[in-house]
Write a protein that binds this ligand. Structure first.
Ligand code: ATP
Length: 306
């Protein structure tokens, strides 16, 4: 029994680590076949997606019963709209995306998609309706083409190339020695954070889910990469209900609505223009980011001159 329990503990550990990183959950369950914390109700019906309207209704959540992370969150992402969640580090932004994907169940309140409580529907149908572009995408030790086709196995080579084009990663792939057949991952070519994120976007384009969660990378990207990711995101989020978890602010300017989270509560919400006029937390975060960007730009110029 001892011999068995150690690997099981280890798998539990790996599972929690991966789960925290919002890695590809479907693959993870397939690989590890671990008992998920969240279970299907008996005879749970499939999620029936019409417009993909998302609602959080007075959602409370705690990882640890002594420390509430979300303290009564209510908001709506109307069908095909883009809503961005911003706020200081630790405010609970990524937690919102984990709850929507049902990694965890809410402590109280509810989350619905087209009026169906996500706890009442079959999990697999919920997860197949959501395309998740995580902060840090784990690539398989296989070719870059395989990593994109993972979004939909039946996709033709042309469809894979088209998805790569929409995700703005095609030029990068075409200049690789073996193009789409180039091995990537731990044992192959190492991709930068921005490149991996675009591979994840290409995958999601092939999967074509009605709901998209984009968890922006925390690390700073150079301006050109950021613009490419922004363009890719604009393309995939069109006609799709999109939730952006934004760790920087540049991504959110064009969102239909921005929700500013502070200490587990919604401090303010509105469009970029409305929030700037308001002169509250968002406007202060924006000013601070602009100063930080200007300082980084200055540093880069000084380095170039040296
Ligand atoms: P950042 O911008 O830094 O990524 P965030 O707003 O996305 O932050 P969350 O990742 O949602 O923040 O975390 C909110 C709080 O919940 C943090 O204080 C964090 O320490 C805590 N937390 C996150 N995951 C867990 C976990 N698995 N167990 C316990 N506490 C957790």
């Amino acid at each position: 029994l001892m011999q068995l329990s150690i690997p099981l503990n280890f798998i539990g550990f790996v599972y929690r680590e991966i789960k925290q990183g919002l890695a590809d959950i479907e693959e993870m369950f397939l690989l590890l076949e671990v008992e998920p914390e969240v279970k299907n109700r008996a005879n749970a019906p499939l999620l029936d997606v019409s417009g993909a309207n998302i609602r959080f209704e007075d959602v409370h959540f705690a990882y640890d019963p002594n420390r509430e992370i979300l303290k009564g969150i209510s908001f709506e992402v109307p069908a095909a709209a883009t809503v961005a969640i911003v706020g200081p580090s630790g405010a609970g932004k990524s937690t919102i995306s984990r709850l929507l994907f049902r990694f965890y169940d809410v402590t109280s309140g509810r989350i619905t998609i087209d009026g169906q409580d996500i706890r009442a529907v079959e999990q697999e149908s919920l997860r197949s309706a959501i395309g998740m572009v995580p902060q840090d995408t784990v690539l398989f030790n296989d070719t870059i083409g395989y990593n994109i086709r993972y979004g939909r196995w039946e996709a033709s080579d042309d469809e894979v190339r088209e998805a790569a084009g929409m995700a703005q990663v095609d030029h990068f792939i075409e200049q690789l020695p073996e193009g789409y057949d180039t091995p990537v991952g731990e044992r192959g070519l190492k991709l930068s954070g921005g490149e991996k994120q675009r591979v994840a976007i290409a995958r999601t384009i092939l999967k074509a889910p009605p709901i998209l969660i984009f968890d922006e990378a925390t690390s700073a990207l150079d301006t050109a990469t950021e613009q490419e990711i922004q363009q890719a995101l604009d393309l995939v989020s069109r006609d799709r209900t999109t939730l952006i978890i934004a760790h920087r602010l540049s991504t959110v300017v064009n969102a239909d609505r921005i929700i500013v989270l502070q200490d587990g509560r919604i401090a303010e919400q509105g469009t970029h223009g409305e929030l700037m006029l308001r002169g509250g937390l968002y406007a202060r975060m924006w000013d601070r980011q602009r100063e930080a960007d200007a300082a980084a730009e200055q540093l880069r110029r000084t380095r170039e001159e040296e």
